[in-house]
Design a protein around this ligand. Structure first.
Ligand code: MIG
Length: 750
C-alpha cells in the first residue's frame, strides 16, 4: 500500500513521511499523544484544533525514529509503526500477519437463505493490523453490547437503531465512538480512529492480531500513551473535548414515559412523586406533546397554555425536557418545512429533496453538516426555550427511518463540500447535538441535551442515554458495563432507561435497576408505550420505599457528583467508572462486570441477577468501609447481604464525601454541607459555583480543601470567587455528628 520509506520532511512540527506510493503525516501533539494520517479528504468532525509539540527528537536512516519524553516511535517501510515506552516495552505494534477477513470458505448465499451471515461482507479500504499481547484487554468503543472487556469481540461502527433486545453478538448500536483503551503488561494506551465511514474494530477474534479499518475515507488515527488509564483519558479528551459542567438539577431524578401525552398525565406523575415523597427534578415529554409529530410545535389541545403550565411545574420544582427528532414533516404551510425548503436546508438525492418516513409520516432530513442549517436549527430551539423547556432530548438521530435505511448517496451539503450519507451517517447525531447546544447556549444557561446517536467528541455538547433496552435481567447486567465503557469513551454523562424501555418490568427488576440507576450519571426512568407503567409507585409499597431510599441517597450525593463533573471537565476522567480505571494493576478488575465506581471513593456492587439475596463482592486492595454500617470490610472476595432493598456500597478509607441533606428537589443554594468522613487519612477538594450559568468559566467559583490527618479534620476555603458560601458544616464520623459554623479555616477534632 505504501512501499518503501524514502525520506522525511518537517513542516513546522508536523512530519511528512515520503513513501514510494503515498505519503503519511505524523503529528506529535504531546509527549504522550501522536497522530498518524494520510491527507484527509474532509475535515474532522471530532477534533477541532490542537497544538503541536516541539519537544521531540528525530532520527532517520531506513527507519524514522521519533522520541518524546515518554515514548519512542519507530516507523519503517509499508507504514509499519512500533511504539515503545522509554523502558523499551513494546506498547503497540503493526503486525505483518494480516487479518484474514475473507478467507472463510463458505457458501454465503446458502447461509443467507436461513438469515445467517458468513462475515460482514464489507470491502475495507484499509485495515490496520496490530499485534495482540497475551494478557491484553480492551475497553471503551462506545455503547457496544456485551461485557466490560472487549477482547475477542468484533464491532462495526455504524449508528444503528435495532429494536430487538440487544445482546452480546450485536455489532453495532446507536453510537460510533471509534476509540478504545488497550491494556497489557500493566500499561494502558489508547487508539482513536478518526474516520466517520462504516468501520470495523476486530479486537482479536483471530488469535494473535487485532485490527481496525474503514470502508472509506483515509487512515487517520491517534495513539495515546498512559501508562495509566487516567493519562489516556486526559490525552484523548484533550483532542476530542470534554463535557462542560452541567446545570446541577440535571443530576437529579428524571421521570419519562412514551408518553405522558397531556397535561393531566404529567400532573398525575408530579402528584405521584409528591405523595410518595420521592425526590424528582425532571419530567420528559416524548413525541406526543407535539402537533402531528411536527418538531418545534406543541399540541395546544393536550397542553393548553403550555408556557403557563410549564411555569406552574417550575414552581413545584419540576423542569420539563422535550424530545426533538431530526425528521421534519413534509407538509406545505408548516413553517419548519417551508423555511427548510426555501433555503435548501434538507438532504437531497439526485438533486431532489430526499424523503423517507418517521413519526410524522412523509419526512425530510436537515443537513446538519451545514453551518447555516446548524444555526437555523439552533434558532428553532427558541420555540421550546420560550415555553420554558429546560432541556432537549434528541432521538432517532442515527438517523433512523421507517422506509428502509437512507441510501449511501443521499447528499448532505455544507459550505465546504457535499457529503454523502456514507461519510456523515455516523456524525448525524453529533451534528444535531451540536446545533441544539448552540441553540440552548443562547439562554445563558448550560445546555442540557440528551442524545441517542453520537460520535467521538459529542461529549462537548451532549449527554447520552443508551436507547431502547428491555426490562430484562440481561439488560440490567449490561447497564453498568455499557455506561462504564461510554465513560471510557469520553462520554461522562450517560444513563440507561431505568427499569428498561421495552417489555414489562417486574418489581424485583425495578428494585435492582434503581440501585444502578441512582448511581448512573444520567438517572432517568423511561418506558415504552404498551409496557407496564414503571413509575416507582406502580408496583407496591415495598418497591416505592426501596425506590425512595436510592433516590434519596442520590440526592445526598449530588455535591459529590457535581465535583466529579468538575473533575471530568479538567481531566477527562469519567464520573462512573469500571473498577479497573482505579485499580488497573489488579487483574480481577479486567473482567469485573457487576461492580463499578463513582469517582475514586465509592464502589457499588449491585445485584444484577434475579432471585439473589447475597452478593459476591470483590474489593481491590485498599481499605473499604460499608456505606451502610460503616464497618471495615476485608479486601478481596466476600459475600454481602443483599436483601431486596439492599445494595452493597463501599467507601474507601480516608474518604471525605460531601453530601447534601435530603430534599425533594435540587436547590442552587445550600447552606449546610455534610461531610461523611471515613477512618484513615485523606483529602478532598470541593467545588462550588452558581450551578447554572457560564460565569464559572470567568473564574466565579469557590474551592474548599478538606484534609483529614489522624483524628483531625481541617476545612479551608482556598478560593472564594463565588460568594454564596456554606454557613454550616456537619461532620459525620463513625457514630458521631459534629456541627461547625463555617469560617475560612476550621480545624475540627473528630
Ligand atoms: O421509534 O419517541 O429510543 O426512548 O420513547 C421509537 C418514542 C421512537 C425511541 C426512543 C424512545 C422513545 C421512542 N423513540
Amino acid at each position: 500500500m505504501f512501499g518503501k520509506l524514502i525520506s522525511y520532511e518537517k513542516h513546522n512540527y508536523s512530519i511528512k513521511l515520503n513513501y514510494e506510493k503515498k505519503p503519511i503525516f505524523v503529528d506529535v501533539i504531546s509527549d504522550k499523544a501522536v497522530r498518524f494520517y494520510e491527507e484527509r479528504e474532509s475535515k474532522s468532525f471530532a477534533v477541532e484544533a490542537y497544538e503541536l509539540s516541539s519537544d521531540f527528537s528525530i532520527k532517520f536512516d531506513t527507519k524514522l525514529v521519533i522520541e518524546t519524553k515518554e515514548i519512542k516511535i519507530v516507523i519503517s517501510d509499508e507504514f509499519k509503526v512500533i511504539i515503545y515506552d522509554l523502558m523499551g516495552n513494546e506498547i503497540l505494534s503493526d503486525c505483518d500477519l494480516k487479518a484474514s477477513k475473507d478467507d472463510q470458505n463458505v457458501d454465503s448465499d446458502l447461509l443467507a437463505l436461513e438469515g445467517h451471515k458468513s462475515h460482514d461482507g464489507e470491502e475495507y479500504k484499509f485495515l490496520i493490523t496490530k499485534k495482540l499481547h497475551n494478557d491484553e484487554c480492551f475497553f471503551g468503543l462506545g455503547d457496544k453490547t456485551g461485557f466490560l472487556n472487549k477482547r475477542e469481540y468484533e464491532y462495526i461502527m455504524w449508528n444503528t437503531d435495532d429494536p430487538a433486545p440487544q445482546v452480546d453478538c450485536f455489532k453495532s448500536l446507536y453510537k460510533s465512538i471509534p476509540f478504545f483503551i488497550g491494556h497489557h503488561d500493566k500499561i494502558s494506551y489508547g487508539v482513536f480512529l478518526d474516520n466517520t465511514y462504516k468501520s470495523v474494530f476486530n479486537m482479536g477474534t483471530e488469535d494473535d492480531v487485532f485490527y481496525f479499518g474503514s470502508v472509506g475515507g483515509t487512515i487517520d488515527y491517534y495513539f495515546f500513551y498512559g501508562p495509566q488509564m487516567k493519562d489516556v483519558m486526559t490525552e484523548y479528551t484533550n483532542i476530542t473535548g470534554r463535557y462542560p459542567l452541567p446545570q446541577i438539577w440535571t443530576l437529579g431524578n428524571q421521570q419519562s414515559r412514551w408518553s405522558y401525552a397531556n397535561k393531566e398525565a404529567v400532573d398525575e406523575i408530579v402528584d405521584g412523586y409528591q405523595k410518595n415523597n420521592i425526590p424528582l427534578d425532571v419530567i420528559h415529554l416524548d413525541i406526543d406533546y407535539m402537533e402531528d409529530y411536527k418538531v418545534f410545535t406543541h399540541s395546544e389541545e393536550k397542553f393548553p397554555d403550555m408556557k403557563n403550565y410549564i411555569a406552574t411545574l417550575a414552581e413545584k420544582g419540576i423542569k420539563v425536557v422535550c424530545i426533538i427528532d431530526p425528521g421534519v414533516k413534509a407538509l406545505e404551510g408548516y413553517n419548519v418545512y417551508d423555511e427548510g425548503i426555501k433555503n435548501n436546508y434538507f438532504a437531497t438525492l439526485d438533486g431532489e429533496v430526499y424523503h423517507n418516513a418517521v413519526w410524522p409520516g412523509d419526512s425530510v432530513f436537515p443537513a446538519f453538516t451545514s453551518n447555516r442549517v446548524q444555526s437555523w436549527w439552533a434558532n428553532n430551539t427558541k420555540y421550546l426555550t420560550e415555553l420554558g423547556v429546560r432541556g432537549i432530548w434528541n432521538d432517532m438521530n442515527e438517523p433512523a427511518s421507517f422506509k428502509g435505511p437512507l441510501p449511501n448517496d443521499v447528499v448532505f451539503s455544507s459550505e465546504d463540500k457535499d457529503y454523502l450519507h456514507e461519510e456523515v451517517h455516523n456524525v448525524y447525531g453529533h451534528l444535531m447535538a451540536k446545533a441544539t447546544y448552540e441553540g440552548l447556549a443562547k439562554t445563558n444557561k448550560r445546555p442540557y441535551i440528551i442524545t441517542r446517536a453520537c460520535y467521538a467528541g459529542s461529549q462537548k455538547y451532549t449527554t447520552a442515554w443508551t436507547g431502547d433496552n428491555h426490562s430484562i435481567w440481561a439488560h440490567l447486567q449490561m447497564a453498568p458495563v455499557q455506561l462504564c465503557n461510554l465513560g471510557l469513551s469520553g462520554m461522562p454523562f450517560v444513563g440507561t432507561d431505568v427499569g428498561g424501555f421495552g417489555s414489562h418490568c417486574t418489581k424485583e427488576l425495578m428494585a435492582r435497576w434503581v440501585m444502578v440507576g441512582a448511581f448512573s450519571p444520567l438517572f432517568r426512568n423511561h418506558s415504552a408505550m404498551g409496557t407496564k407503567y414503571q413509575e416507582p409507585w406502580q408496583f407496591d409499597q415495598e418497591l416505592t420505599d426501596i425506590y425512595r431510599k436510592y433516590v434519596e441517597l442520590r440526592y445526598q450525593l449530588i455535591p459529590y457528583y457535581y465535583d466529579l463533573f468538575r473533575l471530568h471537565e479538567q481531566t477527562g476522567y469519567p464520573v462512573m467508572r469500571p473498577v479497573v480505571f482505579n485499580y488497573e494493576n489488579d487483574e480481577v478488575t479486567y473482567n469485573l462486570n457487576d461492580e463499578f465506581m463513582v469517582g475514586d471513593n465509592i464502589l457499588v456492587s449491585p445485584v444484577v441477577v434475579q432471585g439473589e439475596r447475597k452478593k459476591l463482592v470483590y474489593l481491590p486492595n485498599d481499605k473499604w468501609y460499608s456505606h451502610e454500617t460503616k464497618e471495615l470490610v476485608e479486601a478481596g472476595y466476600s459475600i454481602a447481604s443483599a436483601k431486596l432493598d439492599e445494595c452493597p456500597i463501599y467507601v474507601k478509607g480516608g474518604s471525605i464525601i460531601p453530601k447534601y441533606e435530603k430534599s425533594m428537589h435540587i436547590a442552587n443554594n445550600i447552606d449546610k454541607l455534610i461531610l461523611d468522613v471515613y477512618p484513615g487519612d485523606g483529602e478532598y477538594t470541593h467545588y462550588v459555583d452558581d450551578k447554572e450559568t457560564f460565569s464559572y468559566q470567568q473564574g466565579e467559583y469557590s474551592l474548599y480543601f478538606f484534609k483529614k490527618v489522624n483524628e483531625e479534620l481541617t476545612i479551608e476555603l482556598i478560593k472564594d470567587d463565588y460568594k454564596k458560601l456554606y454557613k454550616e458544616f456537619e461532620i459525620h464520623y463513625q457514630n458521631k455528628i459534629i456541627k461547625a459554623k463555617a469560617s475560612n479555616k476550621l480545624t475540627i477534632k473528630l
